[in-house]
Ligand binder design. Structure first.
Ligand code: NAP
Length: 506
């Protein structure tokens, strides 16, 4: 970290670049490990809370699990023979994140309880301001803040008048007793499905408020035996084999199904329909749970517990629209009041925030929030024109959905490292995406997106942003991963000391 103004480029001074990484979740951990391995050692991670883990630290709701197989939902540099389940539960993933952070010396460079409030580009480096009022200067900034971390609290009349306990799924309150209580869950996304599946057996009555039915695929959970773990430890190549096997399979099936492979889409639809038919015997309930859009249009839910749970006699699927929340419960449009002790808002997240509300000011005073205007876009999901030496992990329009985001992040890091290597080799002061390359890349995506199931599938989802289009990568995910291994530097302005300052001062 470079204190005070230092307007000479690190690459011409022959020193290490000082690199600020914002966030100590999965991406921040991967960033430290991969950057160090590539020879970059002046690293500082800024974490607003007091623990690493990101989404796995923040979400603690009952039933929390990852519907991407553990063998693949792992860092490629820290495969884990000891996973207990094929699909890990949240606490085990959080423990894994903490272990990796400790074992790889990540924790040593994390500044906990230090939110970053302001980032300002002063060519060729960044001035970073923390919530504690400290001002620091870095050559490179990497945003590792994740995608879904700002809870979307629904605007429902009277929500604040509810007399029972009420919280968002990402703010689960463990002190609230749910056993034997009347619990309401608003939403039927991946989170709600996991919560309802996990707690219905314990509660007195369960009310699920469904605005739109979801297609749900079964989750073939499996506990790994100690024999399997021993075998994997004895023959580590089997761990690599498991990682590659799941990676190839998931990318081939889910990646292809979403971006236009009609056969795979139909297979997914059949799997979901069969799952519903086999697990919900009441035809009236089944009809109310049946979506009228294509499977994988919304992010596909993988859960084997939801249908059995909602079929219980003490569980109620409420499909009338919510009119208001009253002190006693939720009132629906038909006038009924569903009395509750606990109300859980499994209503998702703001998907357009990314690093915001941190104020990010690039060249010529370009403001990131204004530049995005509710429809965030980036070049190859990692860079924005006007924001030199600023890189995003899990930024806008990267491949998401039923994939391991760890793999996506690692490929993005390889790309960023290629940029740093280029700066070092050529004595560059700054690199920024060219406006034209950014436009071309996003135009190509805009053309392709109408062919994806997110648009043709006939639904709305959190994938859609203010532009009315899904904020996603519309080509096969493998293409993205391959492209990130092979950067085309002609898409970037490669600036030497002094260049770019005129624009910055404008
Ligand atoms: P979500 O998919 O955005 O679902 C939010 C739910 O709340 C939807 O059913 C939505 O209904 C409903 N809702 C929102 N506002 C409402 C309102 N005002 N009134 C009534 N209903 C309302 O959120 P999520 O379930 O938290 O999942 C978000 C994403 O997190 C997932 O898509 C996934 O990418 C990730 N996730 C992953 C896992 C995993 O296992 N890997 C687990 C959990 C979450 P509509 O459908 O009508 O909008």
């Amino acid at each position: 970290m470079t204190a005070g103004a230092d307007l000479r480029a690190w690459s011409t001074e022959g020193r290490q670049p000082s690199i600020a990484i914002i966030g100590a979740g999965m991406s921040g951990i991967a960033a430290v490990v991969k950057l160090r391995r590539a020879g970059y050692s002046d690293l500082s991670v800024f974490e607003k809370t007091d623990r690493v883990g990101g989404t796995w630290r923040e979400n603690t709701y009952p039933g929390l699990s990852c519907d991407v197989p553990s063998r693949w939902y792992s860092f490629s540099f820290a495969l884990n023979p000891d996973w207990n389940y094929r699909y890990s539960y949240g606490p085990e993933i959080q423990a894994y994140m903490e272990t990796v952070a400790e074992d790889f010396g990540v924790t040593d460079v994390v500044r906990f309880r230090t939110p970053v409030t302001d980032l300002r580009y002063e060519a060729p480096s960044w001035r970073l301001t923390t919530g504690n009022g400290e001002e620091l200067r870095f050559d490179i900034v990497i945003s590792a803040t994740g995608v879904l971390h700002h809870p979307a609290v629904p605007e429902i009349e009277g929500l604040d008048t509810f007399e029972g306990a009420c919280f968002h799924s990402a703010r689960w309150d463990p002190s609230v007793e749910i056993a034997g209580k009347r619990v309401g869950v608003i939403g039927t996304g991946s989170t709600a499905a996991q919560i309802v599946g996990a707690i219905t057996q314990d509660v007195g009555e369960m009310f699920v408020f469904q605005r739109t039915p979801q297609w749900m695929a079964p989750l073939y959970q499996k506990k790994y035996s100690s024999f399997t773990k021993r075998l994997l430890r004895l023959f580590p190549f089997l761990q690599r084999f498991g990682y590659d096997w799941y990676k190839r399979g998931m990318i081939r099936v889910f990646g292809a199904a979403t971006v236009g492979d009609k056969n795979k889409q139909q297979i997914l639809s059949r799997i979901c329909r069969k799952n519903l038919e086999q697990n919900v015997s009441d035809p009236e309930l089944r009809a109310r749970l049946t979506p009228d859009y294509q499977a994988a249009c919304k992010r596909l839910v993988f859960c084997s517990d939801f249908y059995p749970a909602i079929s219980q006699p003490h569980a109620h699927l409420v499909t009338d629209a919510i009119a208001r929340v009253t002190p006693k419960g939720v009132q629906t449009a038909d006038g009924s009041v569903h009395e509750l002790d606990v109300l859980v808002l499994a209503t998702g997240f703001d998907p357009s925030a990314f690093i915001l509300p941190t104020k990010v000011t690039g060249e010529g005073g370009r403001d990131l929030e204004t530049f995005w205007d509710g429809a965030p876009r980036a070049h190859r999901a990692v860079a924005m024109p006007g924001f030199p030496n600023f890189w995003m992990l899990e930024g806008p329009t990267g491949p998401v959905g039923n994939l391991s985001l760890i793999t996506v992040t690692e490929h993005q890091l390889d790309y960023v490292i290629s940029m740093l290597d280029k700066m070092k080799a050529e004595g560059l002061a700054a690199i920024a995406a060219k406006e034209a390359a950014f436009r071309e890349y996003n135009d190509a995506m805009r053309e392709a997106i109408p062919n994806t199931v997110w648009v043709t599938g006939g639904c709305t989802s959190w994938y859609m942003d203010k532009s009315g289009m899904p904020n996603l990568y519309p080509f096969p995910p493998q293409r993205y991963l391959d492209d990130m291994q092979d950067p085309d530097f002609s898409e970037f302005r490669l600036m030497r000391d002094g260049e770019g300052e005129a624009l910055a001062a404008a």
